[in-house]
Design a protein around this ligand. Structure first.
Ligand code: SAH
Ligand code: SF4
Length: 357
């Protein structure tokens, strides 16, 4: 049992990110009564303990015994950048040395803090505008590695997070089981309600169906990015495998099962997907879909050759697109940008470090 548990960079079994059942298995394997798991759970998730030494209702002797094999964090903060607007971007080293990033987003006009988590190291989908896509796929994250991103941030910044978005590195619905497990732990152990959790996908039909079957009251966001097959195939290559039609059918089934309104994300790329025609087409195709539309101003990235391939349309074009896209009754918002001075867009920080090695 102990052998199968994840160890941190120091070779110690990491307890943060485990749910109450897993902590119970751990204490039992250590020959301890089950109530010890509850004590440890409270220290980790309610008091943000970062070491066993802080767990003062365990005797010194017991703490020493546990410390021989275990510790709290799984991930190590390898780099932290703080934006002028308060956004904090973390680069985490996983136990095997791979890097992933998470972002703590502090909106000035909202008291609630959001954390953007990664679900994979790199990504296999290869969207042509995305820094994570340029990295390629390395591996899936475990549920524990996803949950500990949130806990590491809460411990480091000493604050409570209210919302989680799966919009960091990776395609969550190509790692659906671990993502669902992590949602359950974030819900039950970290204490963030499913209604405050959003999973963003590039449109993986089997994953959307699996998530629908789990019937969690989370928000599903679909990265649509283009209403026409030609443009979408060019910028989101997985469209060749799961067509727009198949994805929209899965989204409609998802709504019928969960009754949760979906979000349609649309990253604005100058001269690629920002025309009036495309806005009209989008409005038409979404007129009967129970959704909100979220336009994302593109954050320019450099591809593997160091080239900037895409640009962001000017504000006037973005607003015009929003107005047309909303003509059939959907609510359209333009995403407020945070942390642009620290490369807080998806994949950008890890990319910088990987490429400079
Ligand atoms: N793989 C998932 C979730 C991670 S990406 C997905 O694609 O949905 C989260 C969102 O950020 C997606 O909508 C993605 O298209 C968008 N994104 C990626 N790179 C971006 C960039 N450079 N600027 C703005 N948005 C970007
Ligand atoms: Fe992967 Fe999402 Fe980036 Fe596309 S946008 S490459 S799916 S992380």
């Amino acid at each position: 049992m102990l052998d199968s548990m994840a160890r941190n960079a120091q070779g110690k079994i990491a307890l943060s990110g485990l749910d109450i059942n897993e902590l119970t298995d751990f204490v039992k394997a250590m020959g301890l009564p089950a109530f010890r798991a509850k004590q440890i759970h409270t220290w980790i998730y309610a008091k943000y303990a970062s070491s066993l030494d802080e767990m003062t209702d365990l005797s010194v002797e017991l703490r020493e015994k546990l410390k021989e094999v275990a510790d709290v964090p799984l991930l190590t903060i390898s780099h932290l950048e703080v934006s002028r607007d308060g956004t904090r971007k973390y680069l985490f080293a996983l136990p095997d040395g791979q890097l992933v990033e998470s972002v703590l987003i502090a909106f000035e006009d909202r008291p609630n803090l959001s954390v953007c988590v990664s679900s994979q190291v790199g990504c296999a989908v290869g969207c042509t505008f995305c820094a994570t896509g340029y990295l390629g796929f390395k591996r899936n994250l475990t549920s524990q590695e996803i949950v500990d991103q949130v806990m590491c941030i809460q411990r480091e910044a000493n604050l409570r997070v209210a919302n989680i978005v799966y919009m960091g590195q990776g395609e969550p619905l190509l790692n659906t089981k671990n993502v669902i497990d992590s949602i359950n732990t974030i819900n039950l152990s970290v204490g963030i309600g499913a209604r405050h959790i959003t999973v963003s996908t590039s449109g993986i039909v089997p994953g959307i169906n699996e998530l629908a079957a789990a019937n969690l009251p989370i928000t599903l966001a679909l990265s649509l990015h283009a209403p026409d097959a030609d443009t979408r195939e060019e910028i989101v290559p997985i469209t060749k495998k799961y067509s727009i039609h198949a994805v929209m059918q899965a989204i409609s089934d998802y709504y019928n099962t969960t009754r949760r309104r979906v979000t349609i994300e649309y990253v604005m790329l100058k001269g690629v997907n920002d025309s009036d025609d495309q806005a009209r087409h989008l409005a038409e195709m979404l007129k009967d879909v129970n959704c909100n539309i979220n336009l994302i101003p593109f954050n320019p990235t450099r591809n593997n050759k160091g080239e900037i391939v895409y640009l962001r349309p000017d504000m006037k074009t973005q607003k015009r697109f929003a107005e047309i896209a909303g003509r059939t009754g959907r609510t359209v918002t333009i995403r407020l940008e945070r942390g642009t001075d620290i490369d807080a867009a998806c994949g950008q920080l890890a990319n910088k470090f990987v490429q400079s090695k």
